[in-house]
Design a protein around this ligand. Structure first.
Ligand code: CS2
Length: 498
C-alpha cells in the first residue's frame, strides 16, 4: 500500500518529481480563493507556488469550496499538497505544489468562510467559479436578481452562499472592523472580468447598503486578468498516473498541458505575491490579451465542442484528428484574428499555430462535453462579439455563423443518430421553450434562439445577411447531418492560412 501525499511523505518521492522549492508551513496565507477546482490548482496556485519559491512572503492560499465539500476532504489530509502533472507529447512530468494552506467547505463551515474573508491577513480574494456563478446580467450591466444565489443572498445577506454575497459580506465585515478591503481578482473567462465583477459587486451592495456600496466603489480594486491553461477535469486515471509518477496516493492530483499564461492588470493596493517572478505578464490594459484568448482559443473551442460532439467525437484531440473539422478550426482562428486589435504585440499567426498544436496534444483528454456546457454564458464573448465586429467591419461572417448554427443544432438535444444528450446550460428551459414546436425548421429555430433575451447583440440578430448565414448552415446540419456539412464546409474553404 502506498502512503498518502503529505509533508511527512515528501521524503519518499523519487528524484524525478519536483517538490516545492519553499517550506510551505513557513508561509502564512494572504489569499482566499473561491472555487478550488482543477483549473485553479493547475494555474493560479502553480504561479503562486513559484512566486513563493522565488520571493517568499505570506501568500499561501486558503481555498473556499463553494459547491461540494469533496475537495476539502481530499486536500486537507494532505495539508494542501497535491501533484501537478504536465502532459506534453514527450511524456508526463510531476511536480508537488505547496501553495494551498487549507480548503474550507463553505456549506459545512460558513463561519470559517466569513472569518477567512474578513481576516486581517487576507489581502486578495481570487475567483474561478465559472461564468454562470456570478449572477450578473451582462446585457443590462447589473446584478440578476433572479439568479438563485443572488436572490438567496439578498434576502439573507449575513449568511451568504453565492459569490457576490460572500464578497459583499466579507467586505462589510472588514469595513465594520476598520480593516482595509481585499483586492478582488476574477480569473474566469469573461470579458473585462475585473470591471464586470466590480459592477456586480457595487450593484449588489447598493441593494443592501448604499454606504457600503460607495466604500466598495472608492476602495476596492478589481484588476482584470487573462488566464489560460487547458485543464481537463481530473479522473481516476489522473490519480493513477500521479501514483505511478510519485509512488504516493493523491486524491487531488490534476493534469494539464505544459503551456500556461496569466496576464494581470497591476492594481493591488494591499500588495501581491511576486507573480512576475513566476512568469505573469503585468500590463496596464488586459483587454487586448483577453479578446485574443476569448475569441481565438475559447471561440474555436466552442465551435469544436458543438460540431465535434455532433460528429461523434469525444475529446478535443479527436476533433483535431478529423481533418475537415481541424480545417474549420483553423478557419475560425483566422476569422477571429481579423477582429482583433493587432496592438497587443503577439503575432496572431504564431498564436494560431500554437493553438492548433495545443488542441492536438495527444496526451490531454479534454472532453468536448466540458466545453459545450453553459453555451449561453460563453457564446457572447467567444463568438457573438467578434461576429458583430466582423459584421460592422465588412469581414467574413460565415465562420461565426457556422459556429452559432452548430450551437443551435446542439441545443436541440439530439444527435444525428437519434440519441439524446442533456443540455447543460443555466438557460436550458428557455432554450427548450424557444425551440419547442420548431421541429426541423431551421428558420424557426434561428428566430427562436436569436430572441432569447440579452443573448445576441440586437444589431447582429436583426441583420438579414447574418440570419440567412446561420439559417443556411443550420439547415444543412439538419438535412445532411453534421459530419457531411463539416466535410462540405471544409472543402469549400479557400486555400491559405492567416
Ligand atoms: C474551455 C476553457 O471549458 C471551456 O469552455 O474553452 O475552459 C479553456 O480550456 C480554457 O479557457 C483554456 O485556458
Amino acid at each position: 500500500m502506498s502512503d498518502r501525499l503529505s509533508p511527512a511523505s515528501l521524503a519518499q518521492l523519487p528524484a524525478s518529481v519536483a517538490r516545492p522549492r519553499h517550506v510551505p508551513a513557513r508561509h502564512g496565507a494572504g489569499i482566499v480563493h473561491l472555487g478550488v477546482g482543477a483549473f485553479h490548482r493547475a494555474h493560479q496556485a502553480v504561479y503562486t507556488d513559484a512566486a513563493l519559491a522565488a520571493a517568499g512572503g505570506d501568500w499561501r492560499i486558503d481555498g473556499i469550496a463553494l459547491r461540494s465539500p469533496r475537495i476539502a476532504d481530499e486536500l486537507n489530509p494532505q495539508e494542501g499538497l497535491y501533484t501537478l502533472i504536465e502532459r506534453g507529447e514527450d511524456g508526463a512530468a510531476a511536480r508537488i505544489i505547496g501553495s494551498i494552506r487549507r480548503v474550507i467547505a463553505a456549506a459545512r463551515d460558513p463561519d470559517a468562510t466569513l472569518a477567512a474573508l474578513s481576516a486581517p491577513e487576507t489581502r486578495i480574494v481570487s475567483l474561478t467559479v465559472t461564468e454562470k456563478a456570478y449572477g450578473i446580467d451582462r446585457a443590462r450591466g447589473c446584478v440578476d436578481p433572479n439568479h438563485p444565489a443572488v436572490a438567496a443572498d439578498l434576502s439573507r445577506p449575513h449568511r451568504p452562499k453565492g459569490v457576490l454575497g460572500l464578497l459583499c459580506e466579507g467586505l462589510r465585515l472588514r469595513r465594520e472592523r476598520g480593516l482595509p478591503p481585499f483586492t478582488v481578482l476574477c480569473c474566469d473567462n469573461l470579458p473585462d472580468n475585473g470591471g464586470l465583477l466590480r459592477l456586480g459587486l457595487t450593484d449588489f451592495a447598493a441593494r443592501l447598503d448604499r454606504a457600503l456600496s460607495a466604500w466598495i466603489e472608492a476602495e476596492v480594486a478589481c484588476p482584470s486578468t487573462m488566464v489560460d491553461r487547458i485543464t481537463p477535469a481530473p479522473t481516476g486515471e489522473t490519480r493513477a498516473l500521479a501514483q505511478t509518477l510519485t509512488g504516493l496516493v493523491d486524491l487531488a492530483a490534476v493534469e494539464t498541458e505544459p503551456f500556461a499564461q496569466w496576464v494581470i492588470e497591476d492594481r493591488f493596493p494591499s500588495g501581491r505575491p511576486a507573480w512576475e517572478q513566476a512568469g505573469v505578464i503585468f500590463t496596464a490594459d488586459v483587454r487586448p490579451f483577453e479578446a485574443m484568448k476569448l475569441r481565438m482559443l475559447n471561440g474555436s473551442h466552442s465551435l469544436m465542442a458543438y460540431a465535434g460532439l455532433l460528429c461523434g467525437h469525444r475529446h478535443v484531440r479527436d476533433a483535431m484528428r478529423d481533418a475537415a473539422l481541424a480545417g474549420l478550426v483553423r478557419r475560425h482562428l483566422a476569422a477571429a484574428a481579423t477582429t482583433l486589435d493587432p496592438a497587443v504585440g503577439i503575432d496572431l499567426g504564431h498564436y494560431a499555430d500554437a493553438l492548433m498544436r495545443r488542441f492536438a496534444n495527444p496526451a490531454i483528454a479534454h472532453e468536448l462535453a466540458q466545453i459545450a456546457m453553459d453555451g449561453t454564458e460563453k457564446l457572447p464573448q467567444r463568438i457573438l462579439e467578434p461576429a458583430l465586429h466582423a459584421l460592422t467591419h465588412g469581414q467574413p461572417l460565415r465562420p461565426f455563423a457556422f459556429a452559432v448554427a452548430a450551437w443551435m443544432r446542439y441545443c436541440l438535444g439530439r444527435r444525428d443518430d437519434g440519441t439524446h444528450h442533456d443540455l447543460q446550460d443555466p438557460r436550458a428551459e428557455a432554450i427548450a421553450a424557444a425551440t419547442r414546436g420548431a421541429g426541423g425548421d431551421a428558420r424557426a429555430i434561428v428566430r427562436g434562439l436569436s430572441a432569447l433575451p440579452g443573448l445576441f447583440p440586437a444589431r447582429l440578430a436583426q441583420d438579414a445577411g447574418w440570419q440567412q448565414a446561420v439559417e443556411d448552415s443550420l439547415s444543412g446540419m439538419l438535412k445532411q447531418g453534421m459530419a457531411a456539412v463539416v466535410r462540405a464546409e471544409a472543402a469549400a474553404m479557400p486555400a491559405g492560412g492567416l
